[in-house]
Design a binder for this molecule. Structure first.
Ligand SMILES: Cc1ncc(COP(=O)(O)O)c(C=O)c1O
Length: 422
């Protein structure tokens, strides 16, 4: 993994004016803090071109309906199926493994070091008979060094699927993210205010991407409305909420059931909520569907520099505020200067029962504690420990200063009384 250097941190701190938080000042939040980006008036501000490479700008990039759909399409392109093995990391979201199993292949888990980098020595020491592909992820948006893995793949005739679900932006060892793999995949919901979307970069010129079917007009409209409705639900798009509420009220009245506009606001699933609901299986038909036009439009039109700059700024702010609390530590206290983080990974020594309390409070956090049932301990592996101890805290571009303040206060309040230093 590219080491976050103090030089890089210094460079970032110089280019980004770090705000400071007022300690213990608690702001009431009338709306849930969004775990993922949400549309707001500021979404379309700033420079269209980011200062670091974006996967969506690669010439061989195309849209899909989700990150997991892209993994399924990649395996299909590589003709991976029954009797084949696919190497996958011990630290994972089930959505990374479900496509492998859906293809009838066997997921074989490989160990990671304490920062989530694949153990190259384990790969070199273990036989890879029957292994057709390896899935390697740039966890949290921190670019992995992939030259060693690329070499290993070439030596062993194993295809590299570069999982950029957490890393839509950045470069590693001088090459853009997404250009190391034979195929690279990404997930749009993690970086853009869209309820669905994935990307596939096909670096195999002779291997066509499977055709995707078009969506119905009804579905196109629903997705477009969902983009707006999710942001209103999180208190964004001020002045627009009433209109959207009325629209949903009329729609619900026509359907003969109470709408969101009447009575108390009802939560609707935010972007990525489906991933949590059922990450252990994948709908093959849906995975072969094209991305809705509204999401494509947002993905192409949204200026990208604001996404990169705000994420780095929010990450460094959280690092600054959470570095000195006993019982927790940032997994990466600083950032390399060639990335846009997906989340702020926070190692917590005793994460429970605090994590359940955070979820109850609708704190914008997730943890990969639902592992694939066949994953087993491997000597020297840190992946399984990470899935228990690492909280993935939101640091996306659409968090307000007040929300970050509440997040820091809440973490201190939830964890301060129960932590003991190791
Ligand atoms: C590393 C990684 N890869 C792939 C995926 C699947 O992406 P999506 O949720 O867009 O299907 C996820 C989802 O969380 C992920 O974290």
């Amino acid at each position: 993994m590219e080491g976050p250097t103090s030089r890089a941190k210094g460079a970032l701190a110089r280019t980004i004016a770090l705000p400071t938080l007022t300690p213990h000042f608690h702001l009431p939040m009338p709306h849930p803090i969004p775990r993922l980006p949400v549309l707001d008036w500021g979404t379309f501000s700033g420079s269209r071109t980011p200062t670091i490479p974006c996967l969506l700008s690669q010439p061989r990039a195309g849209f899909s309906s989700s990150g997991r759909a892209s993994i399924l399409l990649a395996l299909e392109m590589l003709n991976v199926g029954k009797g084949d093995k696919v190497l996958v990391p011990t630290y994972h979201c089930p959505t990374m493994i479900a496509p492998v199993v859906a293809r009838g292949a066997e997921p074989v888990f490989y160990p990671l070091d304490q920062h989530g980098s694949p153990s190259l020595s384990w790969l070199q020491q273990n036989d890879c008979i029957g292994v057709r592909a390896i899935l390697v992820a740039h966890f949290f948006g921190i670019p992995q060094r992939l030259s060693g893995i690329r070499q290993w793949c070439d030596n062993n005739h194993v295809r590299l699927i570069e999982d950029c679900a957490h890393a839509l932006f950045g470069s590693s060892e001088g090459r853009p993210i997404g250009s190391w793999g034979d195929i690279a995949i990404a997930s749009l919901t993690k970086f853009l205010p869209v309820p669905e979307g994935g990307c596939l970069v096909n670096n195999l010129p002779n291997q066509p991407v499977p055709p995707l079917h078009r969506l119905t007009a009804r579905r196109q409209v629903k997705v477009a409305l969902d983009i707006v409705h999710t942001s209103v639900n999180h208190g964004r798009l001020h002045g627009f909420g009433l209109a959207v509420g009325s629209l949903y009220g009329v729609r619900s009245l026509l359907k003969g059931r109470p709408g969101y506009a009447t009575g108390a606001p009802q939560p609707i699933p935010g972007p990525g909520a489906l991933a949590e609901a059922d990450g252990f299986s994948i709908d093959a038909h849906q995975a072969h569907g094209a991305l809705s036009l509204a999401c494509q439009w947002v993905a192409k039109r949204t200026p990208r520099q604001r996404i990169v700059a705000h994420r780095c700024q929010n990450y460094l702010l959280l690092a600054q505020e959470l570095s000195h609390i006993a019982g927790m530590r940032p997994l990466f206290p600083s950032l390399p200067d060639n990335c846009a983080p997906y989340v702020f990974p926070l190692w917590v020594d005793i994460p429970d029962p605090g994590y359940a309390e955070l979820r109850r409070l609708e704190f914008p956090v997730s943890r990969w504690d639902r592992l694939w049932p066949t994953v087993a301990p491997i000597a020297g592996d840190s992946g399984i420990k990470m899935s228990h101890h690492v909280l993935q805290i939101a640091c996306h571009q659409d968090l307000t200063r007040a929300e970050l303040q509440v997040m820091v206060d809440t973490l201190q309040r939830v964890y301060a009384p129960m932590q003991v230093s190791p």
